[in-house]
Design a binder for this molecule. Sequence first.
Ligand code: NAD
Length: 564
Amino acid sequence: RSGAAANAPRTVRAPRGPVRTAKSWGAEAAKRMLMNNLDPEVAEHPEDLVVYGGTGKAARSWEAFDAIVRTLDELEPDETLLVQSGKPVGVFRTHEWAPRVLIANSNLVGDWATWPEFRRLEALGLTMYGQMTAGSWIYIGTQGILQGTYETFAAVARSLAARTGADESNADLAGTLTLTAGCGGMGGAQPLAVTLNGGVVLIVDVDESRLARRVEHGYLDEYTTNLDAAVDWVVAAKRAGAALSVGVVGNAADIFPELLRRGVPIDIVTDQTSAHDPLAYLPVGVAFADWKVEASADPEEFTRRARESMAAHVAAMVGFQDAGAEVFDYGNSIRREAELGGFERAFAFPGFVPAYIRPQFAEGRGPFRWVALSGDPADIAKTDQAVRELFPENAGLVRWLDKAGDTVHFEGLPARICWLGYKERHLAGLRFNEMVASGELAGPIVIGRDHLDAGSVASPYRETEAMADGSDAIADWPLLNALLNTSSGASWVSIHHGGGVGIGRSIHAGQVTVADGTTLAAEKIERVLTNDPGSGVMRHVDAGYERAKEVARERGLNIPMLDG
Ligand code: NAD
């Protein structure tokens, strides 16, 4: 391809099966996972190389995509490819234990870390937005967030039960109505997560095609353009104690205040529009069809209007909270954007990490995921069973694997996610590697995780909001995590800026490791999958969390200043 054709969109699908064209499984896996991120079944807007999360991309351009794929096929097993914000920039001789790919995405020096500066550089073709698992090639479709969302809503159910003095251990969402918005790549997990917890949910999105896609993939029961009908259905289901998810086409900044005004009996409110990027949030008064044109014609004015709408949207959320609902920010920076839009009480409700997730992070627990490079769904069923057998005493995990096996529609390569912690993950990884070696699985397994994680993120509006020692914005931790994973044998490692909360608001790192059935892979897996969650425990010990200290003592993590 040359000239304009070199950058023409094309349809991408990762190769499947046990035969590789690259010279190592590390390089082959990185190539397949890059391609899988851009598979139309997986990516939200593959023609623009956008995987999810507003403008989160897998490669800078189609030319860069081709060059990455070509280089990975030629890469020697003792070489490392460097990728700078989606563009392959160099190949260096390293060694077999080194990662095959090192990635840095969207990083900017502090004073320059603003959206206008980022966009200026992006327009010059010098950078791209990597989000979290988009530019680090380990996005697995909406399932990737489903389990975390399911767990979060289970925690919300326990929180509601605690308020009324009911039994928390058996709490579910039956008889409750949740209101949320944003049914995109990540947000699209919300309706299924609520119904899996037995509740009713109304989800608002301005883009009808997003709601239709979730219905098609079984994440949403039905959708309508008629708000009155949607309200009737969800209120009837809430009264009947039935589980139901309904989408409604509209702007959240209109619909949330309207539902508050009508006094609809809403128990839980959150949001997953792409608020972290004001150009990816549609302001009231801009027609859906004019969105892209208006955003690029005058980004500053569009940002102002988006923030004004977010202020109305968040004001309604606080209104629901004042009326007694459980309200939380779901990790998209909407409180800060609403504050910038002039709404002073935006931080009246908490972020979901301090509200529900932090105790899990203290144990190094977080979303752990794996993908079958064979393309055979039977490999995932077999690994699910292996994880059940490894952790039979973990009832929540077993219940999740059963539900996921029954309900999750695979997007792209078959994959699974579950939450495992320090001194658990490596057991799963080593078992998968044995299953590849013995031929029980039809191909290698790729093992990675989200950047929503215990040890690899500095993000004061999300993962590190309200840390016990006030260390929310200290970004040494994700850098140490990336260096540690690089030193431990990961197949590819990435350092990103911005992610789910936007430019200037986070630094985070990712790792992916391949189980190809070899002894070398087993040695790497043991180290990476022990050390990576171990760095999460370390981070929480350092911040003073007692549970993290107990975990470090019980599971033998060497923290030089553990006792002061
Ligand atoms: P996405 O871009 O795929 O989807 C966002 C959706 O919001 C789109 O469907 C869009 O049409 C809709 N939208 C935009 N403006 C709207 C408005 N005014 N009213 C109603 N709908 C509107 O993004 P995504 O991958 O679903 O991520 C959503 C947000 O959640 C992002 O900010 C992301 O960074 C954040 N996120 C949170 C977590 C978490 O764990 N909590 C994880 C990943 C991403």
